[in-house]
Design a protein around this ligand. Structure first.
Ligand SMILES: [Zn+2]
Length: 353
């Protein structure tokens, strides 16, 4: 009898597990410390973030279902406006499929579908040790890498001498000579037994500049996501949780983004890859201005135009998803006006019937 029960338990438990994902089932995290990138004090907060990210991606995908409804319906009308305002999509089927695909891939990740090693997620940048280019290079076991000279002597390789690091530290100048990229330094991770290469941050680290919130890097296997502590605390112009602040008429979508928005943004980098999620623009007002001037304008150092990059910009997905999430909420209705919703289909908050 017990065996039968056990079999039934497994039958039901396994499918439930694949949809009911948690923070710790999606990422490798240090749960017992706040040091060296550990997230001990933020575990509950990240569960909330994951739950909110699932709501956001569902809201984003709902736009596509609603946009297929007749334009005579409120949902059909509003959903079409969201697609136009945020992505400049009217009836371009290819662009629509591409944006939907980005959202679907993030949803799949949040549902537990991942084809690569689980990413490591850190809650500060102390998991990295800054080194000098001339320091001895370490191997996958953390031991020095040695080179043998013809005279039989041996010396450790310096980090800058390792061929596979060259593309991160040097560039080929017009004369075909390798020159150091100014400001690039190696950081060693004892967790991954590997290097990443990043700015020197004027003698600081990634989290030193006040504007930095989080970053996803993919040089290492597994990939990593690093949050700065400031991204995990309440701050101006960010709501504590999704919907914890009622919008005010005329508010920009930007001031209604929740703290979990940083994770949502990083998920696009993680799942789609950094090349196809270029951070084109973080500011809603600047983005709108650029679209007004010329959506097809060239973007410095990029091989795609502004509009193409806008449709890959993580922050745009965030604005789009938060905006439509508000439109789906019924809590701001009244007895007299039960269908009243806050909507951001023009980019700013308005109450609609
Ligand atoms: Zn980004």
């Amino acid at each position: 009898m017990r065996w039968v029960l056990l079999v039934y338990f497994w039958l039901f438990w396994v499918p439930a597990q694949s949809t009911d994902t948690s923070f710790q089932s999606l990422f490798v995290v240090k749960t017992d410390t706040d040091n060296n990138g550990g997230c001990a004090q933020y575990l509950d907060q990240f569960e909330t973030f994951i739950a909110e990210c699932k709501e956001l991606v569902n809201a984003g995908l709902q736009v596509f279902e609603d946009a297929a409804k007749p334009v005579s319906t409120r949902e059909g009308r509003v959903a079409r406006s969201y697609l136009w305002t945020y992505f400049r999509i009217n009836d371009d089927a290819q662009a629509m499929a591409s944006v939907k695909n980005y959202l679907t891939r993030v949803k799949d990740f949040l549902g537990g579908e991942t084809s690569t090693d689980k990413a490591h997620l850190y809650c500060n940048d102390e998991w990295l040790e800054k080194e000098h280019l001339t320091d001895a290079a370490k191997d996958k076991d953390g031991n020095d890498r040695w080179q043998d000279y013809p005279d039989g002597s041996r010396a450790p390789y310096a980090i800058f001498q390792i061929p596979e690091y060259r593309e991160y530290l040097f560039f080929k100048n017009d004369d075909g000579m390798w020159e150091p990229i100014s400001d690039k330094v190696p950081y060693w991770s004892d967790d991954l037994k590997d290097y990443i290469f990043d700015s020197d941050y004027e003698g600081g680290t990634y989290c030193t500049p006040a504007a930095n919130l989080a970053v996803t890097q993919e040089r290492t296997t597994p990939k990593t996501m690093t949050f700065c502590p400031r991204a995990l605390r309440s701050r101006n112009y960010v709501t504590r949780t999704l919907g914890s602040r009622a919008p005010t008429r005329g508010d920009s979508i930007q001031v209604n983004v929740p703290l979990s928005g940083t994770l949502y943004h990083e998920l696009f980098h993680l799942v789609i890859g950094n090349y196809h999620t270029y951070d084109l623009e973080y500011l809603w007002s600047k983005q709108q201005k650029a679209l007004e001037i010329n959506p097809y304008q060239a973007v410095k150092n990029q091989d795609r135009d502004y509009l193409s990059l806008l449709r890959e910009n993580p922050e745009t997905y965030l604005f789009f998803s938060v905006g439509y999430w508000y439109f789906q909420q019924t809590r701001w209705g009244t007895v007299a006006k039960p269908n009243r919703r806050w909507s951001f289909h023009s980019g700013v908050a308005e109450l609609i019937q």
